[in-house]
Design a protein around this ligand. Structure first.
Ligand SMILES: [Zn+2]
Length: 247
């Protein structure tokens, strides 16, 4: 096997952060490799698992996707490093969810009734329709259970980041009301940073920028409307009875 050419290495000291509004998959991408800064025309899609905690403190794992260009050298290095799970093993992960008990039971019921009642079917349209409805009823519940189990366990099938895909990290920032989603990107290569910034200038989040001021304006308007509504309700509570008696 011929030795693989080494891609140009980025400056290890360079790690730049950028906060951009909108989801990561909506970024405008430059023709620059996110890892080494070389020319790269085709974007690569990859995923990572994020631990999300809700307001009640319960945590769940969410799969988030990202798309960025990598040059052929970096792509090849990524393919060598990435450890994908086989489709069969991915499917078997579903059985780690207890919802699969429901899938096995209802799937079994669909097969049992389908097979058991098949000899009793005659040319009567209604008996055929009832047989189809019964099998479809249990079959659809089983499919719903498999789909729920697949969604609940899919994070287990997401491969770990490689040295290539870790060149572009992202995480959601906590946004205020009306501000929209925004993400903080940590970028390894200065050329990719400059090119991404140039293409997405309109998405750059500034705490004192037009978007933040607009959101603050909307929040203020909402609080005024809620305040006025609260005053009207209080007024009606205290004086409504009096007014009704007078008029
Ligand atoms: Zn590259």
């Amino acid at each position: 096997m011929s030795p693989q050419p080494t891609p140009p290495q980025p400056d290890p000291a360079f790690r730049h952060e950028l906060v951009l509004t909108g989801p990561p998959l909506h970024l405008r991408l430059p023709d620059v490799c996110a890892n080494c800064g070389a020319h790269a025309a085709t974007p690569l899609y990859w995923e990572k698992v994020v631990l999300v905690t809700d307001s009640e403190g319960s945590a769940s794992r969410v799969v988030e996707g990202m798309r960025a260009p990598f040059c052929p050298h970096c792509r090849a290095a990524h393919e060598r490093e990435v450890k994908r799970i086989s489709p069969l093993l991915s499917l078997l992960q579903c059985f780690r969810s207890e919802v699969m008990i429901g899938a096995v039971l209802t799937g079994g019921a669909a097969l049992f009734f389908g097979w058991k009642l098949l000899p009793d079917l005659n040319d009567d349209l209604w008996s055929v329709a009832a047989w189809v409805a019964l099998v479809a009823f249990f079959g659809l519940i089983a499919l719903g259970c498999v789909s729920a189990a697949w969604r609940a366990t899919r994070w287990r099938t997401v491969p770990a980041l490689t040295s290539i895909t870790s060149s572009l990290q992202w995480r959601a920032e906590t946004a205020g009301l009306f501000e929209g989603d925004r993400y903080r990107y940590t970028i390894r290569h200065p050329a990719f940073y400059d090119a991404l910034l140039a293409l997405n200038q309109d998405k750059v989040w500034k705490p004192t920028g037009a978007r933040a001021r607009r959101a603050a304006g909307w929040r203020k308007a909402l609080y005024i409307v809620l305040g006025v509504a609260a005053v009207l309700v209080l007024f009606w509570e205290y004086f409504g009875e009096f007014l009704r008696r007078e008029w």
